[in-house]
Design a protein around this ligand. Structure first.
Ligand SMILES: Nc1nc2c(c(=O)[nH]1)N[C@H]1C(S)=C(S)[C@@H](COP(=O)(O)O)O[C@H]1N2
Ligand SMILES: [Mo]
Length: 523
């Protein structure tokens, strides 16, 4: 490579090139905006997953190596999807600005670049988990509009100097503004059109039946959060419930079109409508705490809700699931697979096909209209959302999505405890204050929680009354803090006698272990 001369690089195209670079990059950006806006418009007709940004994002999610996905979940948590979409758009913007500059000297190459980007979107949409040939349309239409916009904006920049004079230094303000406006209108109406596929209206129009077996009443004073500031509430509101899934666009399944197919190694395969499930006379309602395997020690990827649904064991037995089928491959409306152990699905009391969450139909992000809930197993091996298929199979014959990425095929939830208040790094006046948090060991229950302050012994905390072995328990320990920095640690003991280990392991591949410990300062 030749190094540029101190006085500036050689410019065979003349001194005006530098001045035209900015407008050319802007032309590229606007052309991309037109392309993406038009593609959103077309996706409004074809369906949101066919949007090139979504399609490319879906391919990234499906093909990203395990460590990358784990890093993204650990770093961004529930914001992972926003980061992915934002990153994709930034990447496209960077390419587009470059293509605009390229188009100055090589208009054809600039256009070819736009077509190439559109082609990538089309391939992504076609090969996506639920891709159909029609899904290539938004990318192709978008690319066409992008090429036109690039010509419209970049051509005046490449015109001979005489013509440029007329256009006013190449940057035709009116053209730029009109193009930007067109991109906004196209994108906006695309988004508007896409909303017509939302099932939020169908969801709010759905009335849940009363359960044949209601949840046992919660003991009086069950929620200690009413008395202790900063403590996690016993029941998590639907809006506050953590969300983890691979769905860049939330699957929109209309109640009237919903079908659940039970297939594979069963004596009586059958397909059920939502009505079939709602009209059953054996619906149960139970409180249970759901937990994600990606939860770090002290993390917040756990929540408790009152679930309403079809008892899973009874439902499966009606289909005569073969005893040789040790895995239930659960399929989601977006093609995602979750492999649940048949034993647990049949035998864990309170396992269900959930239809309701905290007195409402399942929120769309949490699996509307039907998801699985099996207490005691991490969500990635039990809690399939937007559930449309249950195939009785074997673990030997099939690896579900996360297992293909190295996660353990069996995912029993590890006993865990967390300090909610004070928070790590908090400063507060010396003297008496509460240390409090939650602990869980679903299906077994929590028997005790102990807290250690600095190098002292383990002090027993008070527990909230047990609601159900599947529900976390809150714990509180009032403590007299002397001035200074203190290290707090917590450990739980299960009703089965297991004491939470202090051995530290990462969430991957089978769930984190180790004790939650934090430093705080009393002043
Ligand atoms: N269809 C589908 N179901 C899914 C997932 C998913 O990615 N897709 N993620 C699972 C994981 S890893 C967890 S922890 C739970 C989370 O459920 P929530 O988002 O309702 O809290 O859903 C499970 N069900
Ligand atoms: Mo998870």
């Amino acid at each position: 490579m030749r190094r540029p001369a101190p006085g500036g690089r050689h410019r065979p195209a003349g001194p005006a090139l530098d001045a035209r670079r900015g407008p050319a990059a802007l032309a590229g950006l606007l052309a991309a905006a037109v392309a993406l806006g038009t593609a959103e418009l077309a996706a409004g007709l074809v369906g949101p997953p066919s949007s090139p940004v979504v399609a490319v994002g879906d391919v990234v999610i499906a093909r990203a190596p395990g460590p990358v996905t784990r890093w993204a979940i650990a770093t961004f948590g529930g914001a992972d999807k926003t980061v992915l979409v934002g990153g994709t758009v930034l990447l496209v913007a960077g390419c587009a600005a470059g293509l605009g500059v390229l188009a100055l000297r090589h208009p054809r190459a600039g256009a070819a670049g736009v077509v190439l980007l559109g082609g990538l979107g089309a391939v992504a949409a076609l090969t996506g988990p639920a891709g159909s040939p029609l899904d290539v349309l938004p990318s192709l239409v978008g690319a066409g509009a992008g090429v036109l916009a690039l010509r419209l904006l970049a051509d005046p920049l490449t015109a001979p100097p005489a013509a440029q004079g007329r256009a006013g230094a190449g940057l035709d303000r009116r053209r730029f503004l009109l193009t930007a406006g067109a991109a906004l209108v196209a994108g906006g109406s695309g988004r508007f059109l896409q909303q017509r596929l939302d099932v939020a209206g169908d969801r709010s129009g759905l009335t849940l039946p009363a359960p044949a077996s209601p949840a046992p009443p919660r003991p009086p004073g069950a929620d200690l959060a009413r008395r202790v500031d900063g403590l996690t509430p016993l029941v998590t509101g639907n809006r506050d419930f953590y969300r983890i899934d691979t769905a860049l666009t939330v699957p929109q399944i209309r109640p009237a079109e919903y079908r659940l197919a039970v297939t594979g190694m069963v004596a009586a395969p059958r397909t059920h409508t939502l009505r079939d499930l709602l009209d059953r006379d054996d619906l149960i309602e139970r409180d249970a705490t759901l937990t994600c395997v990606s939860n770090e020690v002290g993390g917040r990827l756990a929540g408790t809700a009152r679930w309403l649904g079809v008892p899973l064991g009874a439902f499966l037995r009606e289909h005569g699931v073969s005893t040789a089928a040790d895995q239930l491959v659960c399929r989601s409306g977006d093609g995602m697979t979750i492999g649940a152990p048949t034993r647990a699905a049949l035998d864990v009391g309170d396992a269900m096909l959930a239809l309701g969450m905290n007195g409402e139909p399942l929120p769309v992000e949490h699996g509307f209209p039907v998801r699985m809930v099996i207490p005691g197993l991490y969500g990635y091996v039990s809690a399939c959302k937007w559930l449309v298929g249950i195939e009785a199979a074997t673990f030997a014959a099939f690896d579900a999505f996360w297992v293909q990425r190295g996660w353990a095929a069996a995912g029993p939830i590890r006993i865990s405890s967390r300090i909610d208040t004070p928070a790590a790094g908090d400063r507060f006046p010396a003297g008496r204050r509460a240390i409090a948090g939650v602990a869980w060991a679903q299906t077994r229950g929590i028997a005790a929680v102990e807290v250690r302050v600095d190098d002292g012994g383990w002090l027993p905390a008070d527990l909230s009354p047990e609601v159900d072995a599947d529900v976390w328990r809150q714990w509180v320990l009032p403590h007299d803090f002397a001035p200074g920095v203190h290290r707090l640690a917590v450990r739980a003991t299960g009703a089965d006698g297991e004491v939470q280990t202090d051995v530290v392991t990462e969430p991957f591949p089978a769930g984190a272990t180790g004790l939650h410990a934090i430093d705080v300062t009393a002043t």
